[in-house]
Design a protein around this ligand. Structure first.
Ligand code: FES
Length: 154
């Protein structure tokens, strides 16, 4: 007899979920496969590239290395749950080329702006540093985050 798995509570983008899944399931898989939130991307799968970052209780974290049980009862925000102001600044500055890293960068920017609503360029660069971008869009991304800050985005 297989024991029923207890549902695990999780808040995502303001909605509450009770998820019936292996507690060791990566948060990234929960978001993409169970909740169909496809904006969060799988890159390295090892916590090194930043593509899969989401906010967990407001902090930017890699969803590929976090398990469902590790985030039980916490509030997760994905790129779909961010305010429009930040995304609009990225569009205005054309801050993406292939776009694969964009959702992770947007999450890092959101985490920064929640803590530092008017960051310096150096602070923006430091916050984005862990996020790999192969297209070389970083200068435009930095401009976008500074534009978003001027516009009061969070
Ligand atoms: Fe998670 Fe690279 S896919 S950090």
């Amino acid at each position: 007899v297989i024991a029923a798995v207890e549902p695990i509570a999780l808040g995502v983008n303001g909605s509450r979920h009770a998820l019936q899944a292996d507690p060791k399931t990566p948060l990234l898989d929960v978001l993409r496969e169970m909740l169909r939130l496809k904006g969060t991307r799988l890159g390295c799968g090892e916590g090194e590239c930043g593509a899969c970052h989401v906010l967990v209780d407001g902090r930017s974290q890699a969803s590929c290395t976090l398990t469902l049980e590790a985030v039980a009862g916490r509030q997760v925000t994905t790129v779909e749950g961010l305010d429009a102001g930040l995304r609009e600044a990225f569009v205005a500055e054309q801050a993406a080329q292939c776009g694969y890293c964009s959702s992770g960068l947007l999450i890092a920017a959101a985490a920064l702006l929640r803590e530092r609503p008017a960051p310096t360029e150096a602070e923006v660069r430091a916050a984005l540093d862990p996020h790999l971008c192969r297209c070389g869009a970083h200068p435009r991304v930095v401009r976008a985050v500074l534009r978003a800050a001027r516009g009061g985005a969070r």
